[in-house]
Write a protein that binds this ligand. Structure first.
Ligand code: NAI
Length: 466
């Protein structure tokens, strides 16, 4: 990269290919295109300086260009070291957007790129964060707490945290007061995923959230679609691209039966696998059982499993002890946000044979082999290309509406976590019906009055669960 270039991508010559796929994606992202039509003239994001940390895929490229069409200036990095689509990053960089994302980047590079989200050429800070998993937010907030003299850097618990801490220390040495200035300039954060939202609620609970946040994940048109129907398509896609294994007839265990687990179990069942589910929550366990899946413990099921997929957003779900019991050539992967669901660190001293990027065969001392996907990072983005455009359009339309809301009305919000109002959720869904040829029925005034709504909606109370 030359000094004049404000981007890092694998190969800028991939831009043409990326642009062609972007053009196709636009035809499958009606919600984002409708946002451009509806808000383009008003430019509600003029003056927004968005630091975006979200998988740098083709679909994200359409989101980036939508935010720009509404007036925003953006800088972008991927929120996972394996999830970037290099042609998408190239297309975005070629269009003049500072993007820092390479599929297979190192963790040092990952945190350097996250830092570069906040290094605007004019030296001014970002004023919005668009986050997926919370890393960009945690980077700024942890740095600001360190600058305030809090002891938040001295006890990294693993190698990844050491790298994170080293990056913060480096920035503190280079630019004293940077994190505090940056934190104070942020009007709000919009967060994409379950794990990032959990982090935000924890910050709110501890009184450590210094700006308002919108929980995009819990828009119904996000978590009940992206997490579920998205994984239904992209989980098996990832396993197939990684292994080409025949799935019909195989035994697959899905850990967790939340939204991602439901989509993942459906994905594997659709491929003909015999699916078993593990859960800690009796409600989700009952749902799994009544959806026709055997509910088991991983300890019991692992020795007969051909495929084990964890979807929990929790840590230490697939332990070393469990992996010792799996059969030869069992496929083990994660589709939750962080890589701590599988105890990958505990496998490092075994024999690893790299089959191809993001596919490793790990051999145990007794000769038993296990196929590990994406080194335990989310495999649908590491081994395949994530969810299809159509479902990401619903997610990213929520993101766009949330950015507009916090950028234009941030001062009306407390430093808390909010979800978008139901009428906007319904609007996002409405924007996606035409593409599927779906025709809505209309309530008469009498029918609407009878069920206590208006014919225009919202059609459900806030406590309705879908
Ligand atoms: P969720 O909260 O709806 O579901 C997680 C489920 O795992 C819960 O039902 C919980 O009871 C269960 N669970 C927790 N610990 C467990 C354990 N030790 N054993 C068995 N079950 C356990 O969360 P959601 O929305 O399904 O998200 C899960 C993860 O996937 C999060 O990290 C989220 O950020 C990520 N995600 C990944 C996507 C992808 O494309 N790869 C897309 C959307 C979300």
């Amino acid at each position: 990269m030359s000094a004049a270039q404000d981007f890092v991508v694998k190969d800028i010559s991939l831009a043409d290919w990326g642009r062609k796929e972007l053009d196709i994606a636009e035809t499958e992202m009606p919600g984002l295109m409708a946002c451009r039509d509806e808000f383009g003239a008003d430019q509600p994001l003029r003056g927004a300086r968005i630091a975006g940390s979200l998988h740098m895929t083709i679909q994200t490229a359409v989101l980036i260009e939508t935010l720009q069409a509404l007036g925003a200036t953006v800088r972008w990095a991927s929120c996972n070291i394996f999830s970037t689509q290099d042609h998408a990053a190239a297309a975005i960089a070629a269009g003049g957007t500072p993007v820092f994302a390479v599929k297979g980047e190192s963790l040092e590079e990952y945190w350097d790129y996250t830092d570069r989200l906040f290094q605007w050429p004019d030296g001014e800070p970002a004023n919005m964060i668009l986050d997926d998993g919370g890393d960009a937010t945690m980077y700024i907030l942890t740095g600001a707490r360190a600058e305030a003299g809090e002891d938040v850097l001295s006890h990294p618990s693993n190698e990844e945290e050491e790298i994170f801490v080293a990056q913060i220390r480096k920035r503190m040495a280079q630019s004293p007061g940077f994190f505090t200035r940056q934190r104070d300039a942020i009007r709000g954060v919009t967060e994409e995923t379950t794990t990032g939202v959990n982090r935000l609620y924890q910050l709110q609970k501890k009184g450590l959230l210094p700006f308002p946040a919108i929980n995009v994940n819990d828009s119904v048109t996000k978590s009940k679609f992206d997490n579920k129907y998205g994984c239904k398509e992209s989980l098996v896609d990832g396993i197939r691209r990684a292994t080409d294994v025949m799935m019909a007839g195989k035994v697959a265990v899905v850990c967790g039966y939340g939204d991602v687990g439901k989509g993942s179990a459906a994905s594997l069942a659709g491929a003909g696998a015999r699916v078993k589910v593990t859960e800690v929550d009796p409600i989700c366990a009952l749902q799994a059982a009544m959806d026709g899946f055997e509910v088991v413990t991983l300890e019991d099921a692992a020795p007969s499993a051909d495929i084990i997929i964890t979807t929990t957003g929790n840590k230490d779900v697939v332990t070393l002890d469990t992996m010792r019991t799996v059969k030869d050539m069992c496929i083990v992967g994660n589709i939750g946000h962080f890589d701590n669901e599988i105890q990958v660190a505990a496998l490092r001293n075994l024999t690893w044979t790299n089959i191809k990027p993001q596919v490793d065969m790990v051999t145990f001392p007794d000769g038993k082999r296990m196929l590990l996907l994406s080194e335990g990072r989310l495999l649908n983005l590491g081994n395949a290309t994530g969810h299809p455009s159509f479902v990401m359009s619903a997610s990213f339309t929520n993101q766009t509406l949330a950015q507009i809301e916090l950028f234009t009305k941030g001062e009306q919000y407390q430093n808390q976590v909010y979800v978008l109002p139901k009428h906007l959720d319904e609007k996002v869904a409405r924007l996606h019906l035409d593409r599927l040829g779906a025709r809505l029925s209309t309530l008469s005034q009498e029918q609407a009055a009878y069920i206590g709504v208006t014919p225009q909606g919202p059609f459900k109370s806030d406590h309705y669960r879908y």
